[in-house]
Design a protein around this ligand. Structure first.
Ligand SMILES: NC(=O)c1ccc[n+]([C@@H]2O[C@H](COP(=O)([O-])OP(=O)(O)OC[C@H]3O[C@@H](n4cnc5c(N)ncnc54)[C@H](OP(=O)(O)O)[C@@H]3O)[C@@H](O)[C@H]2O)c1
Length: 196
């Protein structure tokens, strides 16, 4: 796996960068304004241009839902890319008219033709996601849904490397529905307890 890249340096992008920094893992981060606009988020977090970030095989899409269509046009073909969809349509203006019954990650997959889309890291507030747990408290649960089992396994492994507990929910139209805001697993800050 190439060094992952986070696209979007706002609340959720910065929270993700902090998780990588804390785990001692390298990550790139980019936004629309360029690397000079990104303040230091820890050693190993590299501010990139959008073009550089788009070269990564694993891309965290940490942008507003309303920007997904335009973002999808940044590449003609997303084959070979795993895109982690952190967006929530529920809070975005006009989303019902955009979705017309589709789940938000189904919509994202349409706009990113060829990508393996993994829905994850969308269901907790950014500050909760990045909050450190005391040692021994357990690992924060991150739910994952995707139509690509191989991509699900890769992102679950990365979640583990970040010190978090991956829970795979299956396909986007199955378990993924549960982590689409405002459904049952959204805003559930679950901790996997260590077994004794
Ligand atoms: N905030 C939360 O607690 C939270 C929690 C879970 C999920 N989410 C979801 O995460 C997504 C991001 O939320 P946020 O609160 O982090 O938003 P935010 O603070 O407004 O940050 C959005 C980032 O996206 C970048 N961006 C916008 N359009 C782009 C494009 N076309 N290409 C590349 N980058 C683009 C912006 O770049 P510039 O900096 O250059 O403007 C900015 O860095 C949303 O879909 C939201 O629903 C948010």
């Amino acid at each position: 796996m190439s060094t992952p890249a986070i696209i979007g340096s706002g609340n959720i992008g910065s929270a993700l960068a902090r998780l990588f920094a804390r785990a001692g893992l390298e990550v790139g981060i980019a936004n629309t304004r360029g690397p000079e606009s990104i303040t230091s988020l820890g050693s190993g977090v590299h501010a990139l241009t959008l073009e550089e970030a788009l070269e990564s095989d694993v891309i965290f899409m940490a942008i507003p839902f309303g920007a997904v269509e335009q973002f999808g046009k940044s590449r003609p073909d997303w084959t070979g890319k795993t895109v982690i969809d952190t967006t929530n349509a529920h809070y975005a203006p006009g989303s019902a008219d955009i979705l017309r019954g589709r789940l938000s990650s189904q919509y994202a997959a349409e706009k990113l033709p060829g990508a393996e889309v993994v829905k994850a890291f969308n269901q907790l507030p950014a500050n909760t996601l990045a909050a450190e747990l005391d040692p021994g408290q357990g690992r924060r649960v991150i739910f994952i849904a995707t139509d690509s089992p191989a991509a699900g396994d890769r992102i679950a492994s990365l979640v583990g490397d970040l010190g978090l507990a991956a829970v795979q929910l299956g396909r986007i139209d199955e378990g993924g529905r549960l982590i689409q805001a405002p459904n049952a697993l959204v805003l559930r800050n679950l901790i996997e307890q260590p077994l004794h």
